[in-house]
Design a protein around this ligand. Sequence first.
Ligand code: ATP
Ligand code: MG
Length: 240
Amino acid sequence: MTSTQSILELSEVHTYYGNIHALKGVSCSIPKGEIACLIGANGAGKSTTLMTIFGVQPASQGEIRFKGNPIHLLRPEKVAALGVSQSPEGRQIFPRMSTHENLEMGAFLRKDKAEVERDLEWVLSLFPVLKDRTRQLGGTLSGGEQQMLAIGRALMSRPELLLLDEPSLGLAPKLVEKIFETILEINKSGVTIFLVEQNAHMALTISGTGYVMETGRVILTDKASALLENEQVKKAYLGE
Ligand SMILES: Nc1ncnc2c1ncn2[C@@H]1O[C@H](COP(=O)(O)OP(=O)(O)OP(=O)(O)O)[C@@H](O)[C@H]1O
Ligand SMILES: [Mg+2]
């Protein structure tokens, strides 16, 4: 794969929390237009990887390039302005704002009001449940509804690259299926997706490329379909 086909490239990225060395030289590349997933055990560094890409956690070493441009020294607002959006782990919607206001917040950098209106319609068509909840406060939505709102809000910036951290966490099986179907639909609309998931089976099933992370390092990189057949992956992450 040549670099022109990658929308995002990490090379030898290191991230610390104080003296905790959370990322120990992470390298990966996300093909433009694809869904790529990052799987791994609790504490492996998956969320830290996404937060480092988005500029929430600074990389102390290494390089991150989005569409060829270095972004590892940029703050989240700047990364967002370039076309990256994040739906963080634990949802983190604004609990005292309504569903509608939460969605508007996702578009606050945008000036194209008519297009924002159209994207709002699109998000509500992806998650019809939210239509009946537009005036309801975010904090009073169910867990599943909050998850949809978090993804919807991330889409309201009309990103080229969407970072999704554990979108299926804590959801009932039916809703998990619905969320994964919607992720596919979002991808089909042209958004590249970097997906972090505990649900390795689902994640690998919908992804083109997969990365396996262990204690701050990417230990396996392959086509997701190959990782589904990989003995090590089956044993450690697919419960087979
Ligand atoms: N704010 C923080 N301060 C100190 N250490 C942290 C902080 N956030 C994460 N860590 C540590 O960094 C490492 C990587 O954490 P991270 O949250 O990236 O893992 P993860 O792969 O997302 O795990 P999970 O599957 O449980 O969400 C862990 O050892 C964690 O304890
Ligand atoms: Mg995490």
